[in-house]
Ligand binder design. Structure first.
Ligand SMILES: [Zn+2]
Length: 280
């Protein structure tokens, strides 16, 4: 049987805040013709949406509710709303959020939504009519263009024909690492977390292990993130084929981060930078 194609594109991997040329966290997984966005930090909407103004995504999974992983849900929502209004789109994009996500999205909607808008022109397309009907019911556009639901870290998420396994990591707020197949390639994303040997076991044997290496230096202060050395140790536990260091607090230190990780892991090591694509 032919294996469906798949790939992973780094749209942004900067830590904490975007800098010129480096958006915050956002990774585009392509699986059997479907596109799934993992995290949506500042800069991701611009990295994702092409000149045709189409987002081209079939689903979004958010690892946790920190601003550097979610803020661009607003501009992404605007792009989707435009698809409804101008192209007649009526299908919301599934959006999987960790616990508290629905309330969080509601507060986004309260802050940035436009529940007082009314779309009442006759003869416009089906998307315009559907959005107008939702607003008339008091449902904001943001909660209409996304079909938002919560998942519990540790629970599987069904997306099309793919299952996304999630794993609860430790980042002081509910946060999930994720494991999924991208065609022939197995892929694990650590999300943000302190060093947890159990995460290495969750990632056992993976082809591509994308690991938070936010802090440089020998120790991760406060236990919120890992260092490149931690990432190397974790990839060694997992016996991963390829380690990709991401979420670096100082992306310009990529070469030294790679060198530090290499002292703990003898497989292939990359430093994620924006728009890098991985395939098997
Ligand atoms: Zn975080």
């Amino acid at each position: 049987m032919a294996v469906a194609s798949g790939s992973l594109t780094v749209l942004g991997s900067s830590g904490g805040f975007p800098i010129s040329g480096f958006a915050c966290s956002g990774y585009l997984a392509r699986i059997a013709g479907q596109s799934l966005l993992l995290d949506c930090g500042p800069g991701i909407a611009g990295a994702l949406i092409g000149a045709d103004a189409k987002a081209g995504i079939d689903g979004v999974v958010i690892s946790h509710l920190h601003s550097d992983h979610v803020l661009d849900l607003i501009p992404l929502g605007y792009a989707l709303m435009t698809e409804w209004l101008t192209d007649g789109r009526t299908q919301p994009v599934p959006l999987y959020l960790p616990p508290g996500g629905l309330e969080f999205l509601q507060s986004f909607s309260d802050l940035f939504g436009h529940r007082n808008w009314r779309f009442t022109e006759e003869g416009r397309n089906a998307g315009y009519q559907a959005l107008g009907a939702a607003l008339a019911r008091g449902r904001d556009w943001l909660l209409t263009v996304f079909d938002a639901r919560e998942y519990e870290p540790g629970e599987d998420i069904a997306f099309g024909t793919t299952t996304i396994a999630t794993f609860p990591v430790d980042h002081r707020v509910p946060t999930a690492a994720m494991r999924l197949r991208l065609g022939a390639m197995d892929f694990v994303y650590s999300a943000d977390t302190r060093f947890l040997p159990a995460l290495g076991h969750f990632a056992a044997g993976t082809d591509l292990f994308l690991v938070d290496a936010h802090f440089s230096g020998p120790k991760a202060p406060g236990g919120l993130h890992m260092t490149p050395a931690d990432a190397g140790r974790l990839a060694a536990i997992a016996k991963a084929k390829r380690l990709v260091l991401c979420h670096l607090g100082a992306p310009e230190d990529g070469a030294s981060a790679r060198q530090t990780a290499a002292a703990h892991f003898d497989g292939e090591i990359h430093v994620a930078f924006d728009t890098r694509e991985y395939r098997l």
